[in-house]
Design a protein around this ligand. Structure first.
Ligand SMILES: [Zn+2]
Ligand SMILES: [Zn+2]
Ligand SMILES: [Zn+2]
Ligand SMILES: [Zn+2]
Length: 357
């Protein structure tokens, strides 16, 4: 990730909606692809603060009204998926939302905000990698959408024993990514992380894992089934439901670190791919940030081996920095030859998304 500059000279960050020094409103300009100060424009509109751009901008509905977004649209361009013609249009990230949290529940707006922050970072990297995605209105072959939902809660506010109908599963199905709102709660998420013995459990990690399932469905079946199977195994044997049952009964094999990026990746080839895809997005995001922070390296667009080597080098330093603060390791993975080969498979797939193998 880059940092950005306000017209007053102060540094702006990707999540900012206001400059803390001059107080000007800030937001994402889709024309110059920067976080910029929003200067006064036509009534109800703004002008991009980047002197080389000066695009006429309008805030996303979820920025102006809901305050969970910081993106603008170029005036005159309304994405076709904006649900209600009478409302302000939705930006290039918010237009993928099918279900947003019930805002009559106290605290849900803040939880929704956290989800949008993580989602925008994930989408930023998809755009950097020029990965394809689109909506049903775009006639995209696998329309992408998001459901942000909470488990059903009874009137007395006590979690009850829930049937499948009331329980929200974080996951991906045919382009729809569902995230359980409970994942936005730091206490709940950390409890799950410890229970499941995961190295990390983060909101952005959930988005990166689920979008991995999305790109599997978009880029693998009928295009590179054989090379996928040679690398990750046969997704039909064992079947997913059997693999799931076995994993939660027996756990991962004892020496899983030789061939898998995480314990969960051992469950089924689809989960192996999604975990590897998420780790690949982690790597390119860290390399991109390092490059734009003058730490050198190949950034997000290098040769695979140079990227992995620099990531491992940075990982040692970053882990030591975290340990000096008593924090968990930033790069906990071990990149054995087999794990690196799976990462390279993802690298080749996303760098030539239409080519297949
Ligand atoms: Zn400023
Ligand atoms: Zn601009
Ligand atoms: Zn938006
Ligand atoms: Zn998964």
């Amino acid at each position: 990730m880059r940092t950005f500059r306000c017209v007053c000279g102060n540094t702006l960050f990707f999540e900012n909606s206001q400059c803390v020094v001059c107080g000007r409103e800030a937001g994402w300009c889709p024309t110059c692809r920067n976080i910029v100060a929003l200067l006064p424009g036509e009534p109800g509109g703004h002008v991009c603060g980047n002197p080389g751009c000066r695009a006429a901008l309008q805030k996303c509905h979820n920025y102006a009204v809901e305050q969970v977004c910081n993106r603008c649209l170029t005036i005159g361009f309304a994405p076709s998926a904006s649900a209600d013609a009478a409302s302000q249009p939705l930006c290039d990230c918010c237009r993928f939302n099918d279900t947003v949290p019930d805002l009559s529940v106290p605290g849900h707006r803040q939880r929704w905000y956290q989800l949008e922050v993580a989602k925008r970072r994930m989408i930023y990297m998809l755009d950097e990698l020029e990965l394809p995605y689109g909506t049903e209105a775009d006639r995209f072959p696998l329309p992408l959408s998001f459901d942000f939902k909470a488990d059903a809660i009874p009137q007395d506010g006590v979690w009850r024993t829930m049937g499948n109908q009331e329980r929200v599963y974080t996951g991906h199905a045919n382009g729809k990514i569902t995230i359980n709102l409970r994942e936005t709660c730091d206490v709940e998420r950390e409890k799950l992380r410890v229970d499941l013995q995961e190295a990390h459990r983060t909101l952005i990690g959930h988005f990166r894992h689920e979008i991995g399932h999305y790109y599997w469905q978009l880029l693998v079946p009928g295009q590179c089934d054989q090379s996928f199977q040679a690398m990750f195994g046969d997704p039909e044997n064992p079947l997913y439901a059997e693999a799931l049952e076995r994993y939660y009964r027996d756990g991962p094999p004892p020496n899983w670190r030789g061939a898998y990026i995480s314990a969960y990746a051992t469950m089924h080839p689809w989960e192996d791919f999604a975990e590897t895809f998420a780790a690949y997005l982690d790597m390119v995001s860290v390399l991109d940030t390092a490059y734009h922070s003058n730490l050198g390296g190949p950034g997000a667009h290098g040769e695979f081996q140079a990227m992995l080597d620099y990531y491992c080098h940075l990982g040692v330093v970053l882990n030591e920095l975290n340990r000096s603060m008593g924090l968990i390791d930033l790069v906990p993975e071990i990149f054995t030859d087999q794990v690196a080969a799976k990462m390279q498979f993802v690298h080749q797939l996303v760098r030539q998304p239409s080519a297949g193998a």
